[in-house]
Write a protein that binds this ligand. Sequence first.
Ligand code: NAD
Length: 463
Amino acid sequence: MENLTTDLLVIGAGPGGYVAAIYAKRKGLDVVLVDREAIGGTCLNWGCIPTKALVRSAKFYNEILNSNDLGVEVNDAKIDLAKMIDRKDEITKKLVKGIEYLLDKHGVKVISGNASFKDSKTVEIKGETSYSVKAKDIIIATGSKPKHLPIEGIDLAITSKEILANKKLPKSLTIIGGGIIGMEFAFIYAQLGVSVNVVEFLPRILPGIDKELAMRLIPYAKKQGINIVTNAKVTKIKASKALKTVYYERKDKEETIASELVLEAVGRGPNVEELGLDNTDIDYDKKTGIKVNDSLETNIDDVFAIGDVNNLIQLAHAASHQAFIVVDNILGKNKTFSIQNIPSVIFTSPTIATVGITEEMAKAKELDYSVVKTPFSTNGKALILDAERGYIKLLKDNKTNHLIGAMILGEEAENLIATYTLAITNKLKPEEVYETVFAHPTIQELVHESALGLDKLAIHYIE
Ligand code: NAD
């Protein structure tokens, strides 16, 4: 076993860990980065990037099916799922190689192996070469893994990681869980012509998202052929010939759905088990992850936890943001993390994107607020893009006149949300947005128009 000492040890090379490693190295720290699987973590290898590659293929196929609307006739469009999967793998490979190159170029020492605490300040890494590492600071960024229901036959269901490798298009798919992962895969597979069912435990899909937005997605899901069953508690899965039958309880009755493939997407839990945390005094819980304060430090000085493993919010960009905060704090700053202005995007069709507070939250906080809804159909570029579906809901606080929340259902929502995030994070007022010039004809003009609408000045629609 080799002994190593370093300024900073980062455990986990996902969008939390690799960003922390590169940023810390660029700021002059000596950095060791360890991962037991792949550089890029879940996000690059089995999460955000691969799913969005499939979203692109599925959407493109759907556009071809509707190409007549744009005056283009295409006959015999066919799906080659294996090719889509290969393309997704190529994109992932390219991005992972890019990160590996950058880590190397910046002089981060990357070790492949399993890291486990021996005590609060010493970590052992077991790999081809084994190391005992002592570091002034340690960042735990080990991410999360799919949760599993403790029910009979759950092994018959596949995970979001496994479905990303599936090259054979099934005729039918049942998804357990109508959360973010469930709904994204529901749209991907439905757009590829698969008969999709979503079985959700709660009375509604997408529980973390503004209710109105989630409800407005349902007609689009139905039109796409997605069958959504809510208030349904899955109790078992059984195999019968080529099909798998999902049993669930709904209104005290047992109901079933049979399909070729079953996907389980019932949330993700923190990766804490193999970290040797019981050899330390680090405060953690197997279900809710490693506990951190506002500065993302654990109860042990100089040991931090970022990303899914601290369970504050399970989003790649939040993990990267937390990485910057922690490295800055290690270097003497006093930054804190707030989940308030973290944008969230769900790649359904149409796409959903949100930032800031929802109308439900504004009501619960008894805020004096104004809200305006701006339809995509009022925007020229939206019509050009054949994207008139959807709307933007924008909120301001009447006392401060600051923008406080934006919710979008519609095309380009993932890009539009960046402008709102900038405005809300910087506490802009509506007039500061509409006194900015937005290029024409663009979807971004909806941002301008929605800010005007909040002050009852909309030009292209009646508020
Ligand atoms: P989730 O928490 O979003 O949804 C899980 C769903 O499963 C919930 O709606 C829950 O009620 C339901 N469920 C739980 N038990 C059930 C049961 N017995 N029967 C039926 N339904 C049941 O979790 P997820 O969709 O697995 O995603 C995990 C995390 O990954 C999320 O926190 C999300 O933020 C993140 N993620 C983000 C993106 C993105 O930003 N685009 C994409 C994918 C995943």
